[in-house]
Design a protein around this ligand. Structure first.
Ligand code: TA6
Length: 303
């Protein structure tokens, strides 16, 4: 399933879900179900793999991904929280890009086999600890609920468990597996975007997005479903994002792929990120005991 890893089963958690460990003792959840296969790293509650039987994987993972439980894993669905992109300078220097959730050890909440053999639902939990409090002085609980059926739904619930309000930005930073850029287009994006590769200029956008070069764009939230149309894989991937204020599209393209040691030089040819994001610091402010859900719901529709 994950060729980059050599795993040993340590515990069967349910009919289709097992806890496995790699040679360094890092823990993974592996799902082997009649309808689907999937895997997660508990480091980051990071979905690494999702594939429906009879289809190409929906989620992309770098051939050169590093599993050292220190750096974020390249590919899958990194959970970027409590900030998206670089940290606010007021928090200090040398803070990790995209927050600390993807570089933290999460615990397993519940593992549930769904009725009628429909799939599985797994929850992962993270709360503040000594390391997170050094980076970000707030008490919180994160609960990622992964519902794996013939669709993939990731729901990140963020709860303020402290006595002080906090603002957050975030991303479910999904790397999608595609046949090749010239066989794909992205349809249904918002009508304006900030172009991070062009002085953060605000651009008006209509029509389908072709993938023919580096892209790093923060789109206004889509009005409805976003589709990745993949003519060579004969499928449309339908992406419904909720609780987000924007959708980000990113591909590093040739130069970017070359710059990442954890991505092969041609890795850009089989991936594109379409992310469910909260990028405006004014969008989500949680008072004590308040919660927010950031969700991405992904379906593959054969054509
Ligand atoms: O979501 C797009 C982005 O913010 C890009 O600017 C690029 O930095 C990408 O995320 C990957 O970030 P990472 O820290 O995972 O290398």
């Amino acid at each position: 399933m994950i060729s980059q890893l050599s795993l040993n089963k340590s515990k069967q958690l349910s009919t289709s879900v097992s806890l496995q460990t790699d040679e360094q003792g890092a823990e993974y959840l592996v799902v082997e179900h009649a309808k689907l296969e999937a895997s997660f790293s508990l480091f980051g509650a990071h979905l690494l793999h999702f594939k429906l039987m009879g289809q190409e994987p929906i989620i992309w993972l770098s051939d050169n991904a590093v599993f050292n439980t220190q750096n974020a894993i390249r590919g899958g669905v990194p959970i970027c929280w409590p900030w998206f992109g670089p940290a606010n300078k007021s928090l200090g220097d040398n803070l990790p890009s995209h927050g600390f959730a993807r570089n933290s050890f999460w615990s397993i909440g519940n593992v549930t086999e769904l009725p009628h053999n429909a799939g599985v639902e797994i929850t992962f939990l993270l709360k503040e600890n000594e390391q997170t409090l050094k980076l970000w002085p707030f008490h919180f609980e994160l609960c990622l609920t992964a519902t794996l059926t013939d669709t993939l739904k990731l729901d990140l619930q963020c709860t303020n468990t402290g006595k002080h309000p906090f603002a957050m930005t975030a991303a479910l930073h999904t790397y999608f597996n595609i046949s090749s850029p010239n066989q794909c287009s992205i349809v249904g994006l918002g009508e304006a975007y900030v172009d991070k590769l062009n002085k953060n200029d605000l651009q008006v956008f209509t029509g389908d997005l072709k993938i023919s070069g580096a892209i790093d764009r923060i789109y206004s939230k889509a009005k409805d479903v976003i589709f990745i149309e993949d003519h060579a894989f004969n499928r449309r991937i339908a992406i419904t994002n909720t609780g987000n204020d924007s959708d980000v599209v990113w591909t590093p393209w040739i130069a970017g792929a070359k710059s990442f040691s954890d991505m092969s030089d041609d890795g850009y040819l089989t991936m594109v990120c379409v992310e469910s994001t909260i990028t405006n610091t004014n969008s989500v402010k949680l008072a004590p005991s308040e919660s927010h859900h950031l969700i991405t719901d992904i379906t593959s529709i054969p054509q």
